[in-house]
Design a protein around this ligand. Structure first.
Ligand SMILES: Cc1cc2nc3c(=O)[nH]c(=O)nc-3n(C[C@H](O)[C@H](O)[C@H](O)COP(=O)(O)OP(=O)(O)OC[C@H]3O[C@@H](n4cnc5c(N)ncnc54)[C@H](O)[C@@H]3O)c2cc1C
Length: 376
């Protein structure tokens, strides 16, 4: 399927089904409702075929360019039918399963994620390990039938909803650093796993602490090879900075348009609006070329850190502009719209942290793209 045909057919289908796919606007900030509604939308677009385009046939897809996935998420986000953060988790985790899981496991599991029958989470960060994943300590010890996992993860988004987790574990000595890490695909209902949601400053229980108390993981849940989890993480993180961010830009574009429509006359500084618009277009131009490189089969890598820096900058700029233009309504208003702007403003502060902090992205750009040396 070519992009032009896909776009025309999908837009027509969405015009016909938009009303039945629309979220309950009064509950748009409620995470339980967002997750329930996400499953409804994913199931509908999967069953109608749209969600299957751009994914390989061996995992239930219909093949075709990855650009089709980029457009589907863009269309759903631009119409306010899904929240991009929860929708795009598929783009972060499914490619890793496809590339690294045993083929039978990928064929069994990926369609469940695409169809919204399941939610998955990403267990990388730990209390002492965020930017420096090479120091992670959650240990997987070999047993007769696989591994026994003991340790803790933190900031694990959506873990309380997740059926599965892509988990990084320590299998080498602590000194083995990035060489002694192994990735496992873990069922979240395995005995020994405890999930405790954490309330973020915008009031949502989006992420969690996850405790592993001698959790048994079978042999066939190994992703890639033992002690090669680092390269899996390095392959996964660029996906977090590619199609997922393209979808996020569609959402920022929509919110910027809504701000322009909703703000009282004269409330928006035109120069500031021009600057934010320019930042948004710069990001979209950059991300567009990333989507095309991915579609051409290029292996994404450290250059996606540029995408993440640009996205975080424009995300914060959009909501700074909203705060300036709407002022007290954002800070104090009780109606659902004011609440939504406030929530999004607060969440936008996380854009320079999640998926690798702004400082770490700049370090990657400096060292790996500009060859400006290491820490010393
Ligand atoms: C909304 C949200 C969702 C998240 N979801 C997930 C998830 O699903 N799964 C998951 O595994 N993690 C998740 N995270 C965690 C995220 O990946 C980490 O917070 C992030 O990588 C930073 O790690 P840290 O919090 O340990 O901070 P630290 O690594 O301790 O960093 C603290 C500060 O020091 C700076 N810093 C650290 N090292 C350097 C350096 N070498 N040079 C310059 N500055 C440095 C950082 O930029 C930061 O400002 C999420 C975070 C957020 C905010």
């Amino acid at each position: 399927m070519e992009l032009d045909d896909f776009r025309t057919d999908l837009d027509t289908w969405l015009d016909e089904h938009e009303a039945e796919l629309a979220p309950d606007r009064a509950r748009i900030d409620d995470l339980d409702e967002q997750m329930r509604h996400l499953s409804v939308v994913k199931r509908a677009v999967f069953d109608a075929g749209w969600m299957r385009w751009g994914w390989p046939e061996r995992v239930g897809g219909l093949g075709g360019s990855t650009i089709l996935r980029a457009y589907l998420g863009e269309a759903l986000t631009a119409r306010d039918l899904v929240e991009p953060g929860v929708y795009s988790m598929t783009e972060v985790l499914a490619p890793t399963m496809i590339d690294y899981a045993p083929p039978e496991l990928a064929a069994e599991m990926v369609p469940k994620l695409l169809r919204g029958d399941e939610t998955w989470c990403q267990g990388f960060s730990e209390p002492g390990t965020g930017s420096n994943l090479g120091s992670l300590a959650c240990r997987a010890t070999p047993t007769d039938g696989g591994w026994r996992v003991a340790g803790q993860k933190v900031w694990t988004s959506l873990a309380q909803y997740a059926q599965r987790c892509v988990l990084l574990t320590r299998t080498g000595t602590p000194e083995s650093a990035h060489r002694g890490i192994t990735a496992l695909f873990v069922d979240m209902d395995t005995p020994g796993i405890t999930v405790r949601p954490i309330e973020a400053m915008h009031g949502s229980l989006e992420f969690c602490e996850v405790f592993f108390d001698d959790v048994a993981v079978p042999t066939d849940r190994l992703l890639g090879k033992v002690d090669q989890g680092w390269s899996i993480a390095m392959d996964l993180l660029p996906f977090e900075r590619s199609t997922a961010l393209w979808h996020r830009a569609a959402y920022l574009n929509r919110r910027l348009q809504q701000l322009v429509t909703d703000a009282p006359s004269g409330a928006i500084d035109p120069v500031a609006l021009g600057e934010v618009t320019q930042l948004l277009h710069a990001f979209r131009a950059r991300s567009r070329s990333t989507q095309h490189r991915m579609a051409a089969g290029d292996r994404l890598g450290p250059e996606t850190s540029i995408d993440k820096v640009l996205l975080a900058t424009v995300e914060q700029a959009v909501f700074d502009l909203a705060l300036d233009a709407l002022g007290p309504a954002v800070a104090l208003g009780d109606d659902p719209e004011a609440h939504r702007w406030r929530t999004e403003y607060l969440y936008s502060r996380a854009a320079t942290i999640y998926g690798g902090s702004a400082e770490i992205q700049r370090n990657i750009v400096a060292r790996r793209l500009l060859d400006l040396g290491d820490d010393r």
